[in-house]
Design a protein around this ligand. Structure first.
Ligand SMILES: [Zn+2]
Length: 235
């Protein structure tokens, strides 16, 4: 059975019942291109089981809200232009133009062609990683010496993006929502437990028609050694 596409009914925290973009839009002066200013209402709510992933279409102007249902759980995000899959979410472009490695409310996530793919409308946690690649079977072998099979974000993304004709070799660095990577003055990276608590969320508005891949991360260290579900809404 393909656990990753099963729709698990769970109680979504009250705070997550709307997409929360309205107030954020006013505060940071983002043009929503919509006369509606009230908080965005979800048209779809789903839950990813632990260590699974999915892929879906997100239309320009729609928002994706990713919710850490239980706390301390990472979700890897990637996106491609629906009409030209050679345009993809670019860590390098996004960090370069923001001049920061930690992106949050008001920041834009750019494509490899320097066009906006997402705007972050709201962010409870303000700590996400955009430096590291999605965990893969090789990640666990190279870093942790794990020889046996291990579920991974890369495998989950590849499996679901294949339905849209996207090859695994096309998967770039992911925007690792809620992942807490600290960098010291010598440049040494430390993966710490996520700062997210149960019900914390981030809302990203699509700035073009997108194919989106999303996971509930499978790496022990990134998730404080416990695998939990991830909720997501399209608004
Ligand atoms: Zn992962």
């Amino acid at each position: 059975m393909d656990r990753s596409v099963s729709k698990i009914e769970r109680q979504v925290p009250v705070r997550a019942l709307n997409c929360g973009g309205g107030c954020a839009n006013r505060r940071i002066g983002i043009n929503t291109r919509s006369p509606r200013r009230a908080p965005l209402q979800p048209i779809m709510t789903k839950t990813l089981a632990p260590q699974t992933g999915t892929a879906f279409e997100l239309a320009k102007g729609q928002s994706l809200r990713v919710i850490d249902l239980e706390g301390e759980q990472v979700a890897d995000l990637v996106a491609f232009n629906t009409s030209d899959k050679n345009e993809w979410l670019s860590s390098g472009r996004s960090i370069d133009y923001a001049s920061r490695i930690y992106l949050t409310t008001g920041d834009i996530l750019y494509s490899n062609r320097s066009r906006p793919m997402f705007t972050i409308l709201q962010d409870d946690v303000r700590r996400h990683d955009f430096l590291l690649t999605p965990c893969s079977r090789e990640t666990f072998a190279i870093i942790y010496g794990q020889k046996d099979y291990h579920p991974s974000c890369f495998e989950n993304l590849a499996k679901h993006l294949a339905r849209f004709g996207i090859a695994s070799d096309s998967i770039p660095t992911t925007f690792n929502i809620f992942m807490n990577v600290e960098i010291d003055t010598a440049g040494k990276m430390s993966i710490l437990p996520p700062r997210s608590k149960a019900g914390d969320a981030i809302t990203l508005r699509a700035e073009m028609d997108l194919i989106v891949g999303l996971t509930a991360c499978s790496a022990e260290q990134s998730n404080n050694y416990k695998f939990k579900p991830i909720g997501y809404q399209i608004c």
